[in-house]
Design a protein around this ligand. Structure first.
Ligand SMILES: Cc1cc2nc3c(=O)[nH]c(=O)nc-3n(C[C@H](O)[C@H](O)[C@H](O)COP(=O)(O)OP(=O)(O)OC[C@H]3O[C@@H](n4cnc5c(N)ncnc54)[C@H](O)[C@@H]3O)c2cc1C
Length: 372
């Protein structure tokens, strides 16, 4: 049996680890368009230099060898579900191979969206991939630090607040002046966390650190050096860091699979709806049952990875499948948010915890990276 896992982020890696534990005899092929795994939650700290790219990424080929799997560094451009083949993009060595599978796992994550706002994609930096984050850091390094800079972080979700906090440290460490704006469409920051308590605490922390928070502020257009908001206000900027919103991976657009708002629809067992041999995990998935929707975060990507792997093995053995039950949900989310200055906050069960939160965040990161 050959199991092919497309996408080796948090979800894909967990599928492979669990498959290997559950069934030593299976052939496993990992495919990713990047040669390395990157620990995305640490990207904001890359900006301030608290971590280096080497500390938060690892070679997927080495990991695959260690775990007894194959690794192909290539982009998947199509999937033929009838012929059970994954189509790879042509490169210098071949014209785009087809990789056959018995079972397939789709774990291709999500992409940044700019909501079609004119100028936004072209003129913004992001922290969506390791390369994007390194490019953003390089842009910060190129600023004239003898003058005051203006940095606009668009989107005050989990990533936006972390980026704003790290920017404070970046400029403080260089003794440079900057106006850091955190721009949010909704009436408060961290709108995805239902209780206001965490937003109140984080807003105060960031404001006290010098971040200027602009809520109920919608970007209408971005032009060279200036953002125009819907209410007519204008904001001059040196760098924009766009952290607002994700959209489904563009590969899904061409796949004939059931979708909800563009995301992959899966059943209770994480099979793509209507298919027995194709599973999907992580941010790419839309899973909602009885009014509870799984969140798009590391905890769920890993949890789904474990359940999908177990269910592949059970399908092969003809056993009853395991139901997936999300824990970190849209309705009841939990998060570990770093704020800069070695501080963090845990949001859990609607409550806010501060003591040891940053240490916990770093512990989770170190423990995760050790597996490679
Ligand atoms: C800056 C930032 C900070 C974050 N902080 C947190 C946090 O603190 N806590 C938290 O829970 N979540 C956080 N997240 C979200 C978290 O990273 C995602 O929820 C998680 O990575 C989802 O895992 P995944 O396996 O679905 O996708 P990913 O980890 O994104 O992996 C997808 C993989 O698929 C590969 N891929 C995509 N398309 C193709 C293709 N066509 N062919 C081949 N390979 C392909 C990609 O290269 C990638 O390796 C953060 C995200 C970002 C960007």
């Amino acid at each position: 049996m050959n199991i092919v896992v497309v996408g080796c982020g948090f979800g894909g890696v967990e599928v492979v680890r669990t498959l290997r534990k559950e069934a030593k005899e299976l052939d496993i092929t990992m495919i990713d368009r990047k040669p390395q795994f990157d620990y995305q939650p640490a990207y904001p700290e890359l900006l301030s230099g608290k971590v280096t790219p080497e500390e938060i990424s690892c070679d997927l080929k080495k990991f695959a060898t260690k775990i007894g799997a194959g690794f192909i560094h290539a982009e998947v451009v199509n999937i033929d579900f009838k012929a059970k083949k994954v189509k790879l993009k042509a490169n210098a060595e071949d014209e785009g191979r087809d990789i056959p599978y018995d079972f397939l796992v789709i774990a291709i994550g999500a992409e940044q969206t700019f909501f079609g706002i004119p100028g936004a994609e072209k003129l913004s930096h992001t922290v969506n991939t390791l390369n994007d984050t390194i490019a953003t850091k390089n842009a910060l390094d190129k600023l004239d630090h003898s003058k005051e800079s203006s940095i606009a972080v668009i989107g005050a979700g989990l990533t936006g607040v972390e980026v704003a906090g790290e920017l404070v440290d970046y400029f403080k460490d260089r003794g440079a002046l900057a106006r850091i704006y955190l721009v949010e469409l909704m009436p408060r920051i961290l709108p995805a966390l239902p209780k206001e308590n965490v937003a109140i605490y984080v807003s105060k922390f960031l404001s006290d650190s010098g971040v200027e928070i602009l809520t109920e502020t919608a970007v209408q257009e971005v032009s060279e050096g200036e953002i125009t908001f819907k209410d007519g206000r204008k904001l001059p900027y040196d760098i924009i860091i766009w952290t607002a919103g994700i959209k489904p991976n563009s590969l899904l657009e061409i796949l004939a699979v059931p979708k909800v708002k563009g995301w992959l629809k899966v059943d209770f067992y994480l099979r793509v709806e209507g298919m027995d041999d194709v599973f999907a995990v992580g941010d790419t998935v839309y899973f909602e049952r009885e009014g509870v929707r799984a969140g798009q975060n590391v905890e769920e990507a890993e949890g789904q990875g474990r359940v999908a792997a177990v269910n592949i093995v059970r399908t092969i053995k003809g056993e009853k499948l395991k139901r997936y039950r999300p824990k970190n949900t849209i309705q009841n989310p939990r998060a570990l948010i770093s704020l800069g200055d070695g501080k963090a906050v845990v949001y859990f069960g609607g409550m806010v915890f501060r003591v040891f939160a940053y240490r916990l965040k770093k512990f989770v990161e170190h423990r995760y990276m050790k597996r490679f």
